[in-house]
Unconditional design. Sequence first.
Length: 520
Amino acid sequence: MTEKIKRRRDPLSPKPILDRKLVLQALKQRGIHLKESHLDTFYHLLHRYHYPSLTEFVKLYYAQDNGEQNLNKENQLPSQHKISLKKGNKHRLPKAFLDFLKDPENDFTTITSSINARPTSKDGTTTKFAIELQDGHIVEAVLMRHVSASGSRATLCVSSQVGCAMGCTFCATGTMGIRGNLCSGEILEQLVHAGRVLMEDVDKGEEVLVSADGTEQKKGDQDLAFIRNIVFMGMGEPLNNYDNVLTACKAMIDRRRWNLAHGRVTVSTVGVTPNMRRLTQDLPEVNLALSLHAPNQPMREAIVPTAKMYPIQDMVEALDEHMMALVKAKSQDGTFNDSERKSASKRKRAMIEYVMLKGDTSTFECAHQLGKLCENKQLVVNLIPYNQTDVKDKLSCPSEKHMKEFQRIVTSYGSFCTIRRTMGADIAGACGQLVVAKEKQENKAVVGDIEDLGQSSKNDSKAKPVVKATRQSPKVQRDESSNENENNYDKWIKPLAIGTAISASICLVSIGLVMQKRRR
């Protein structure tokens, strides 16, 4: 079977240059002092050049510094924020830093991950990435192209962890358990991979996407050429990897890089209440989404094991506080009136995500409970049709008619309630599905090899069986010598076990005799 090993986190080698913290640590060790503005300029130019190798970046920088025009412009990303690099400008990069970048001993590289698989849905709207990290683990990201008459946009769903510790019973990622955090650089690399795919769409510019209302648009059109929205709804619980997610969010809204509006970045959590409040303090401008999935505590604990630590009422209050963080209440008791809440909801959104599972949590009684929970808060309730995954419990989605009635009931309490459009069902679009499916295939391959070995032994006892090489864990393979050593150890296991059992028995008998003697 495939071993579910933890990530080797320290040290990363090579290190991602997109991880600001790791870069500053390395520069400090080298005795190189770099201003924050210089590092901002570097990341801006790296983004403009569309993430070449560090050696190539230095060449491009010096070429521009010398006034050369041939800068491989087809690999540059357009940007509305240009930086002057004329001599004497305070934003010029120090030579010591440029020397550091091109030094092969610095152990940094532009991109440390690679695309392992990249299926696209039949309708062309959804592309799913299985991204292999440097230690062999795989995380997923999903690029969604939304086309409508009111405006088109590209949204990227990113992962923050390998696996997840929250253990939601309906989630494929939850079956993996937690294997490790992504550093901020590895989170941002998912945006780079998606950005390159969007550039490919621009170059081809042939495929036409058609929306549900009949709107047509080419994949490579300007509206779909850039990532406009980021949602942390991929693998992992973002608030359990708080520092790295916070750093990544700040890079996403940095005007010199991806330049996303604050309201275009959404952090989704199963409900880590203390860190929800930390995010409100550290970055109140971004959106916050709470994956609730049940309207009361007992039901929620049945499908979200970690719910026992965080009461529903506290989570909803923390979500409400996040939405209202930038609004000063006019009333003396600190409460907000309707107009203040409506105004706050237009600036940014606080959302409740509710997966629609056929059964107890999707009854109309639950709809009333959910509506009551969100009443008078101007929260957005997003009903998510269950995308069937290969989990232990066989779950399914209610009918469309049932979901619309559920939506109507929730809306009657004054909340804005939507039913999310299902995308990427034909390419295992739900988070964790590709990784879990891949691991199951590997496990089947191992079992198949063992069965083949047994069959060949029966058919020909003299023939030496051939065992196919299978990947037991990332970057680890056993050679023949290690197998021979294990065979040598095996012959000693049984005698040692018998000796240990006899010694333990004698020890227990001796203790019994001593105790009996003392009683007399």
